[in-house]
Design a protein around this ligand. Structure first.
Ligand SMILES: [Zn+2]
Ligand SMILES: [Zn+2]
Length: 742
């Protein structure tokens, strides 16, 4: 027999190997094979691959086929459906299959170490153990053994796992002694296994929640549901109940969330409800644990997997439901490497398995609303908050007279209006919390010399280096270039350097000076660099230790701060000057999410937005809390300009040391596409928004098609044009299918 094997090497094909007569293998099993000719300059190396097909014959001559060196495990690590999914993904994103495999498979599984299915020992008493316990036959000095028998007997014949026995203070030695004496026995069972069905606590659903739950559970299996639920409307409880229904019928569930380290409360809720049936995939896990989760999911042992975007590549034996929380979130799109979108792939997987998928958001993406319009998704709304809390009132602070105000006022140079400082003061006096949102980290975005106009430009990018005064560094947030903070001007030598503009670090210092008797807490990626620090900071907000919180978008995502009653948005205008056609949608989503942090308990809460464009319609939409109407208006506008989601776009992004040959290359790609395709429209090429990054010029070619299907049909043409025109790959061109940033 012949085994067709997929290898994680940059060659876009599978390879045929001879399967020894004595061995039977299945699709999805890992094998060890030799690669290379074995000639002097090309020693064959051993590599781990996956069997994708088993067949009688090969198109290659028998003599040229090498044997499989070893079957690494006795079971498959992926199945047919998974292989189809991965092949679809590679085709859809014009990505090399091998690169995708490396992206998808946990490192431990790509190695050649043998794998074992994760199992725990579950103990129970034998007949002889039961009678030994009842007749108290053991000597009184054998206290530990007697206690162990009593403990196991009290479990009512339900096998109990090793970890729980150890938690009771019994040692491994105590347990093996009982087994050796024949009093106890064990079975090997999955660590995610639980004997009983999940039973929801007596949770009173609102009428709206109940109706939604009924609508989803009675809909046909292959439906895509979009839940538009305002913050605080109880989406999570809907997820919990849907998951409970699925796992009680033996199905597995995949829940995707944007960022796992930011949502300890949500994870805790899942663990509380489902106990050991849940595994969470996050960056803090070791290679072995990742592999264990993979195998448990593949083997059908893991009921619930919660993870960020890469969890979409996990294989499941009985996948019955996919949920994508905060479906609008940009972190579902991978920007580096293979630019896939996990939400879109989730929809494909649901379709492939013929199972329901639920997308949820307080600010649904235009992509999803478009699918609702076309009748492909079913829209459900949760518009009332589940608690007594009312929606916050949104106020605009007109900053057009900004400069004069800050010079006249006592708090000169603070980027916050005097009236807002008063509001914060009153909030703190009422012993409530206030939150100040500024999406710019560091002390100040630019450092400048007043004498010669020198500015802190990054030497390798078209960007300014941000000043971080605590760390005493200038830091380029684009390329990571770091140098010491200058004390005198690097150009003219004068000591006349100033910090221009505000970052969270400067704001924290200034607000602490304004409110010396209150605890000002800064929340951003510079201050909290580890998950533990982040959780500690969130805890300080929850227990009331922090009074005034200054933060970047880190504070926006999914948190629930019950005592925050005042929210200030320092600067929202930048987005409205952006060249990205999605900027307005993003701003609306971001501000709606920021506003959603406020007043999720019973107090009345207020959100203050500073702007120099107070008449912009996006603010009126925010004040009326009418996300859907405004989003639908944006959708109509996109249609007029033939932009996504009405049209499909892809961007060819390339870079080179010199601008001229790079632009010529993209012009040639454009010419080839224009000559050979009716369906595609090209625009550009043009320099990228960030023209120079790490000393390389960046440019892009914008390609649009009337639909995703049309784009997919023509994708091979784009690929061919690129490989034909850049054989040596000096322009490092990538095709960003369904690009989300331009
Ligand atoms: Zn100077
Ligand atoms: Zn840089």
């Amino acid at each position: 027999m012949i085994a067709e094997v997929l290898l994680p090497i940059p060659v876009n094909q599978s390879f045929d190997y001879r399967l020894p007569e004595s061995q039977t293998a299945v699709v999805g099993q890992r094998v060890l094979v030799a690669l290379g000719t074995g000639k002097a300059n090309n020693t064959p190396r051993q590599i781990t691959g996956i069997i994708v097909a088993i067949k009688e014959t090969s198109p290659y001559p028998d003599a040229s086929l090498k044997p499989i060196l070893a079957l690494l495990d006795s079971f498959a690590i992926v199945d047919r459906a998974w292989l189809d999914f991965i092949q679809f993904t590679a085709r859809y994103y014009a990505a090399p299959l091998a690169k995708l495999l490396i992206n998808a498979l946990p490192k431990h599984i790509r190695s050649d170490s043998p794998l074992t299915l994760p199992k725990l020992r579950y103990y129970q008493l034998t007949e002889s153990g039961i009678s030994a316990h009842k007749t108290e036959i053991l000597p009184t000095r054998a206290t530990k053994q007697r206690a162990l028998l009593r403990f196991l007997h009290d479990q009512d014949k339900i096998p109990i796992n090793e970890a729980l026995v150890r938690e009771q203070g019994f040692t491994a030695h105590d347990i093996t002694t009982a087994v050796d004496k024949g009093y106890a026995t064990y079975t090997l069972t999955s660590p995610y296994h639980s004997e009983e069905n999940v039973c929801s606590p007596d949770y009173q659903l609102t009428g709206e929640q109940q109706a939604l739950l009924d609508a989803i559970t009675t809909a046909p299996d292959n439906k895509t549901h979009l839940i538009y639920g305002v913050t605080g409307s109880g989406k999570t409880e809907i997820y919990l109940q849907l998951i409970e229904k699925a796992i009680n019928t033996g199905q597995q569930v995949l829940l995707l969330i944007p960022e796992i380290s930011l949502t300890p409360q949500m994870l805790a809720r899942f663990h509380e409800r489902f106990g050991n049936r849940v595994a969470a995939l996050h960056s803090g896990l070791g290679d072995k644990v990742r592999a264990d989760i993979w195998l448990a999911a593949m083997n059908g042992d893991l009921p619930i997997l919660i993870g960020t975007r890469s969890a979409i590549f996990t294989p499941f034996q009985r996948l019955g439901l996919i949920i994508v929380d905060e479906e609008h979130d940009l972190s579902y799109k991978q920007q580096e490497g293979i630019p896939y979108h996990a939400r879109d792939l989730a929809r494909y997987r649901a379709h492939q398995h013929n199972i329901p998928i639920v997308l949820g958001s307080a600010t649904p993406s235009l992509e999803s609303l478009y699918q609702v319009k076309k009748g492909h998704y079913q829209l459900h709304q949760l518009v009332t908050r589940a608690t007594q809390a009312t929606q916050p009132t949104i106020h605009l602070i007109d900053r057009r007279g900004d400069k004069q105000a800050s010079h006249a006022g006592s708090s000169a140079n603070l980027p916050i209006a005097e009236i807002l400082l008063q509001k914060i003061r009153q909030t703190l006096q009422r012993q409530e919390q206030a939150l100040v949102f500024l999406n710019r980290r560091g002390f100040s975005p630019v450092m400048m010399c007043r004498h010669c106009d020198w500015k802190s430009e990054c030497p390798t990018c078209d960007a300014y280096q941000t000043a971080h005064t605590r760390a005493r560094q200038l830091h380029c947030h684009l390329c990571g270039y770091i140098c010491p903070l200058p004390t005198q001007c690097p150009q003219c030598g004068q000591r006349d350097l100033i910090f221009v503009g505000h970052g969270t670090e400067k704001l924290e210092t200034q607000l602490q000076a304004q409110f010396p008797h209150h605890h000002v807490l800064r929340l951003d990626r510079d201050k909290q660099t580890t998950t533990n620090q982040l959780h500690a900071a969130l805890e300080q907000i929850h227990n009331g230790d922090a009074h005034l919180i200054v933060g970047t978008q880190l504070i926006v995502k999914g948190h629930h701060f019950p005592n925050v009653t005042t929210v200030c948005v320092v600067d929202s205008d930048q987005a409205l000057f952006s060249s990205d056609f999605r900027a307005e949608e993003r701003l609306l989503q971001q501000l709606t999410q920021v506003a959603g942090r406020a007043g999720r308990e019973s107090q009345q809460s207020h959100v203050y937005i500073q702007t120099t464009l107070p008449t912009h319609p996006v603010f009126a939409a925010l004040q009326q809390q009418d996300y859907l109407t405004y989003a639908n208006n944006l959708l109509a506008e996109r249609e007029k300009y033939e932009l996504p989601p009405h049209h499909a776009i892809t961007i060819v992004k390339a870079s080179a040391l010199d601008a001229a040959p790079l632009m010529q290359f993209l012009r040639d790609v454009k010419a080839l596409i224009d000559d050979n395709s009716q369906a595609l429209t090209t625009l550009g090429p043009a320099p990228s928004p960030i023209e120079r990054l790490k000393n390389r010029f960046q440019a892009q070619l914008f390609i649009s098609a009337p639909s995703r299907m049309a784009l997919q049909r023509e994708l091979p043409l784009i690929e061919k044009a690129i490989t034909h025109l850049d054989k040596s790959r000096r322009f490092r061109a990538v095709i960003d299918v369904d690009a989300m940033e331009n």
